[in-house]
Design a protein around this ligand. Structure first.
Ligand SMILES: Cc1cc2nc3c(=O)[nH]c(=O)nc-3n(C[C@H](O)[C@H](O)[C@H](O)COP(=O)(O)O)c2cc1C
Length: 189
């Protein structure tokens, strides 16, 4: 059976660079037989975690919102793509809210439902070089995914994309996203 990929798109800007790159990444993944679903966090209703820790005590979440169904999709998938622009050295608020709500999976019983899955990270940013800008972000992903037992199999950075349509003058980026998508079927085994 073909592998499933769930893309979590944390971009706030409709039709921006992240959206465009994800569409190429999806094309690449689908061309190698992967089943791809993309979820745009900006279209969903996901409340901020209120720190009640019901998830740690009772293995359930206080909220019934779009995260309820999204959790089911996360459990059903093989690979999760976390895609976000860098906002102030970190992910967008949309992505951070989503990640906070993954605390549900911090309870050992729930963690067993998600640990062992693979993750691909896609990051867009405005600065010309990704290396310095991405330090905090890389550490963030490594730590929270590590604590959930999710293995990062690829990290893609696309720098120098400040304007909404900056991607148009970067055809090489589109090729890179497509190739990374195609490669995923081999590295996610
Ligand atoms: C609030 C805000 C904060 C940002 N912070 C950074 C930053 O710390 N480093 C950086 O390189 N780019 C930063 N940027 C630029 C975005 O990362 C960049 O424009 C990105 O490509 C946007 O993706 P999009 O076109 O999908 O919206 C920031 C942009 C905004 C709006």
């Amino acid at each position: 059976m073909s592998k499933k990929v769930l893309i979590i798109n944390g971009a706030t800007r409709e039709g921006g660079n992240t959206d465009t790159l994800l569409s190429k990444l999806s094309d690449g993944m689908e061309s190698s037989g992967l089943q791809v679903i993309e979820v745009r966090l900006r279209d969903l209703n996901i409340s901020d975690c209120i720190g009640c820790c019901q998830c740690l005590k009772e293995k359930s979440c206080h909220f019934e919102d779009d995260m309820t169904n999204l959790r089911k999709s996360l459990i059903a998938t093989d690979v999760i793509v976390f895609a976000s622009p860098i906002y102030w050295c970190e992910v967008t608020g949309l992505m951070k809210t989503f990640v906070d709500r993954l605390y549900f999976f911090h309870h050992q019983v729930n963690r067993d439902m998600i640990s062992g899955k693979k993750a691909l990270i896609l990051t867009t940013l405005g600065e010309k070089e990704a290396s310095y800008e991405s330090e905090v972000l890389v550490e963030f992903y490594r730590r929270f995914l590590g604590s959930l037992g999710i293995e990062i199999i690829d990290m893609l950075f696309f720098a120098d994309l400040m304007e909404k349509d900056a991607i148009k003058s970067r055809p090489g980026y589109l090729d890179r996203a497509y190739t990374a998508g195609k490669r995923l079927s081999t590295i996610s085994d």
